[in-house]
Ligand binder design. Structure first.
Ligand SMILES: O=C(O)CCC(=O)C(=O)O
Ligand SMILES: [Fe+2]
Length: 356
């Protein structure tokens, strides 16, 4: 088994052909390779009508822990305001994302992700599970972005690296804070988490940053920005520019609910590892991204996971005779590898035989 995050895909490389990388800017008609038949697998539900819509939590609210916990149990997704991340930093990140994705196609491919690699420019890794390609491109950062940034801008890579590093630092602090809110809602205190630091901090946690670009599309009803999936994280913190596209499938709801872009808000998703850690109390959320006819959408997903080589299993405090562990413990790397093989069935492969 690999021990570093960057090695997680060694055994399951994804070979995308260079002709799969469309020059989206110049395309006037959606080619067959990108035409999807099943975009309407579930109907789209009016966001406001969907039982009040995706919850919005003010982190300054004295009840924030309860609200966050309830949102995790019922939706698996919520938006946060008063999160403390400066607007200027969000704008700087967005500007760098635009700068990257507006480079000519062949230039971006200089920083292409290797088939068995994790970082770099490329199509969504999950593309290999679908017969059609998605209307998006991405750039994944795990560790320092400097090597790829140099390939993109040999003479001017520092502004990109600085913006990314500052953003990642800020996200790390926020993700730690959110984790304690989320766990606190389950009655978990700092001493209960073996991989918490001596002061209860989560400073050794691992993370990555995924920048996504969804160019305007001539036929958005027959294309897919990013197909339905759950994240392989504990939590994902997503920044979306002021263009809608993110949709979630609420358990028991009748269809896709849009997560509306709110100025200054960030979206938080429950990932598969939190699903495991909470023994299924916080189910990971299925989500996808659809595209627009006229607007270019950008998003940045901060992918937050446990420290390297740490096994994540159901928290002991949540278990008793009536609540046996429902999942086997797994490290983040092992889970990524399982996901790369089994995709949306990965979580099921870790189920124990317990049925409650
Ligand atoms: O762009 C979005 O809204 C979703 C991105 C996403 O789900 C991901 O990067 O995992
Ligand atoms: Fe996602």
């Amino acid at each position: 088994m690999p021990s570093r995050l960057s090695d997680a895909f060694r055994e399951v490389p994804v070979h995308l052909r260079s002709k799969d990388h469309l020059d989206f800017e110049s395309i006037r008609e959606v080619p067959d390779s990108h035409t999807w038949q099943d975009v309407d697998d579930y109907p789209s539900v009016d966001a406001a009508a969907a039982v009040g819509g995706v919850p919005v939590v003010d982190l300054n609210d004295p009840n924030a822990m309860k609200l966050v916990s309830h949102a995790c149990e019922t939706w698996g997704v919520f938006q946060i305001v008063n999160h403390g991340v400066p607007m200027t930093l969000l704008q700087a990140l967005e500007a760098q994302g635009r700068r990257l994705f507006s480079l000519p196609a062949e230039h971006k491919l200089k920083a292409a992700r290797l088939p068995d690699g994790i970082s770099g420019y490329g199509l969504a890794r999950i593309s290999s599970f679908f017969p059609k390609l998605m209307w998006s491109e991405g750039f994944t950062i795990v560790g320092s972005p400097i090597e790829h940034a140099r390939q993109l801008w040999p003479d001017d890579y520092t502004q990109f690296c600085e913006a990314i590093e500052e953003y990642v630092k800020e996200m790390k602090g926020l993700a730690g804070k959110l984790m304690w809110l989320v766990l606190g809602g389950l009655g978990i205190t700092k001493g209960d988490l073996k991989w918490g630091g001596s002061k209860g901090e989560l400073k050794e946690a691992s993370a990555g940053l995924q920048l996504n670009s969804y160019p305007a599309c001539p036929n958005p009803n027959r294309t897919m920005g990013l197909a339905a999936h759950t994240d392989s994280t504990l939590l994902t913190i997503l920044y979306q520019n002021n263009t809608s596209g993110l949709q979630v499938l609420k358990d028991g709801s009748t269809g896709w609910v849009t997560v509306p872009p709110l100025p200054e808000a960030l979206v938080v998703n429950v990932g598969d590892l939190l699903h495991i850690l909470s023994n299924g109390k916080y189910p990971s959320v299925f989500h996808r991204a659809v595209v627009h006819q006229t607007r270019h959408r950008l998003s940045a997903a901060y992918l937050y996971g446990p420290p390297q080589n740490t096994k994540v299993g159901p928290l002991e405090k949540l278990l008793d005779i009536n609540n046996p562990p429902l999942y086997k413990p797994v490290t983040w790397n092992e889970y990524l590898e399982t996901k790369a093989k089994h995709f949306n069935k990965a979580l099921a492969t870790l189920r124990t035989t317990s049925t409650t």
